[in-house]
Design a protein around this ligand. Structure first.
Ligand code: ADP
Ligand code: MG
Length: 511
């Protein structure tokens, strides 16, 4: 199917083309015709499936443009308000439509001026309610859209929504969009929608198969080490690390910064300006590691996030879906990596069942493995490097004092220092230990002692690991011994690129 089949006006087709949309996503294909026919709608589709355009395109198609505010969109957070308003601006600009964004934390007057000139208003519930209650604005929109309704519920905005609707005209077309459909949302729908048609993009289509989901079992005190090791190993482009609390976000960003990573923190308590700047620097790629709480990262739409790390398991399946939906967007592939402690294994099973996906259990790579991978990447990089004229001059100068092999060794040592892997040799539980825990968490309690013995064995090995030089690397040894337990050992295909990219260490300082 193509967008042509909707027979949109020329200015809208132009915008779609400029946005680079080739064909409608499933939720767009289903919802757009219904909306164009004038029905109320309740639509459910996973995060990242194009819900904004699913309501934005048909509403803009139907708008006349010279009638003041024709469309009101209510969204749960400031970030989403800005994002949705950006996207709608893009769709409406060739038709001369103006958008205004309304959210808390900024001056009333400027927002009110903007609203009075706008055709489309995108608002968060709190500020919108304030403005309506104090009669600072009056709205008479033909189209009212409740976007990301489930998040609205999660954030406790249900009462505000109900109040807002008492100020809106009875004659209107109301559209509701949500990633999930909790009972309270269905009840709200009955209250505010008028004989709605519903669109549900089924479970099968909903699971984003572009996202590889893995989990690693670590003991509680190893989380930090495990996270840094995995970042070193996976060499992500842009990534988001999710924490449960603001305090954890602060602590982790402090720690990672102290370890030479360039990170940005995002949580609910930040000043508006600061949040905007942070998000912009992430979008532009000035910072590639984002540490955030669920609430702060709600709906965050950055297209090239390669990895999502769950520093802690989220509390529920819906948060899990929201979190991992930050990667694998717009057809790209992504990886979601979750750190769990042994006691959280049950949660993994529950989430897998709720969400209908499989998470692959993996063992944290050893220091040696990460080093090997980085060295390999470095060899590739060296082999592919173009030689510059000034480099030739530099080597000529060095050749007055050293032979060519010594020069090569010295240069390799400089760049090798950049990819030096820090930390303990092995982190986290072994494949065998994890398997035992999984069996136990599923109710089986065979061979209870086995796990304990194995833990001791590992502790012994760790103790001796650094002393015994010339041994096989611990991991290889581990894999060899536990070969039979290996069920799902996915190919960790080496990824090209400079592993030290994320680490802005200044090695000159030491010299
Ligand atoms: P949702 O609200 O379902 O989480 P969004 O509306 O934020 O998803 O869309 C996610 C991303 O996909 C946005 O960057 C959007 O521009 C892009 N997108 C939406 N529809 C299409 C389409 N038909 N083709 C390509 N990209 C699209
Ligand atoms: Mg959305």
């Amino acid at each position: 199917m193509t967008f042509n089949e909707f027979n949109f006006k020329e200015s809208l087709n132009q915008a779609i083309q400029e946005a680079g949309f080739k064909e409608p996503s499933p939720v767009q294909a289903s919802a757009i015709p219904i909306i164009l026919e004038g029905y109320d709608i309740i639509a459910q589709a996973q995060t990242g499936t194009g819900k904004t355009a699913a309501f934005g395109l048909p509403v803009i198609e139907m708008m006349e443009g010279d009638k003041g505010i024709e469309a009101l969109i209510i969204v749960p957070t400031r970030e989403l308000a800005m994002q949705v308003s950006d996207e709608l601006y893009r769709f409406g600009k060739f038709g001369g439509l103006k958008t205004a964004t309304v959210y808390g934390g900024t001056a009333y007057n400027r927002q009110i001026d903007r609203i009075n000139q706008a055709n489309i208003v995108v608002a968060t519930p709190g500020r919108l309610q304030d403005l309506l209650k104090s009669y600072k604005i009056k709205l008479n929109p033909k189209y009212v859209i409740l976007d990301e309704a489930d998040e609205m519920l999660d954030m406790g905005f249900l009462d505000e929504i109900k109040v807002i609707f008492t100020y809106l005209p009875k004659e209107r077309q109301t559209l509701m969009f949500s990633a999930t459909m909790p009972k309270q949302i269905k009840l709200l729908a009955e209250e505010i929608l008028n004989e709605p048609k519903s669109v549900t993009i089924t479970q099968k289509e909903r699971t984003n198969t572009n996202i590889t989901q893995k989990f690693y079992v670590v003991s509680e005190h190893e989380r930090d080490d495990a996270l840094l090791r995995l970042i070193d190993y996976t060499n992500p482009g842009k990534c988001i690390i999710f924490c449960r609390t603001k305090k954890e976000v602060d602590r982790l960003s402090f720690y990672m910064t102290s370890q030479g990573f360039k990170v940005a923190a995002l949580h609910g308590d930040m000043e508006q300006k600061q949040r905007e700047n942070t998000i912009r620097s992430f979008k532009q790629g000035l910072v590639e590691i984002f540490i955030a709480t669920d609430v702060a990262a709600r709906g965050l739409d950055v297209n090239d996030v390669t990895h999502v790390f769950n520093y802690h398991m989220p509390f529920d399946s819906e948060s899990y879906v929201h979190r991992i939906g930050r990667t694998g967007r717009a057809g790209a592939t992504g990886e979601a990596i979750t750190l769990v402690s042994p006691s959280e294994l049950r949660t993994i099973k529950r989430i897998e069942k709720d969400v209908g996906t499989t998470m692959i259990s993996e063992v944290i790579p050893t220091r040696h493995e990460v080093q090997q991978r980085k060295d390999n990447d470095l060899l590739v990089k060296i082999a592919e490097t173009e030689i510059t004229p000034s480099a030739i001059d530099m080597v000529k100068t060095l050749q007055h004092n050293f032979d060519i092999v010594t020069i090569a060794h010295m240069l390799a040592s400089i760049i090798q220092r950049e990819v030096d892997v820090k930390g303990k040799d092995t982190i986290g539980l072994t494949e065998h230990e994890i398997q035992k825990l999984i069996e136990r968490s599923q109710g089986g309690n065979r061979d209870r002692d086995g796990g304990g013995r194995d833990r001791n064995r590992r502790r012994n090995r760790r103790g001796g690991g650094t002393k015994h030089r010339g041994r096989k690397p611990a991991r290889q040894d581990r894999e060899h011994r536990e070969h039979r337990d290996h069920k799902e050992y996915k190919d960790r295909g080496s990824k090209e690129g400079n592993n030290s990219r994320l680490r802005k260490r200044n090695s000159n300082k030491k010299a």
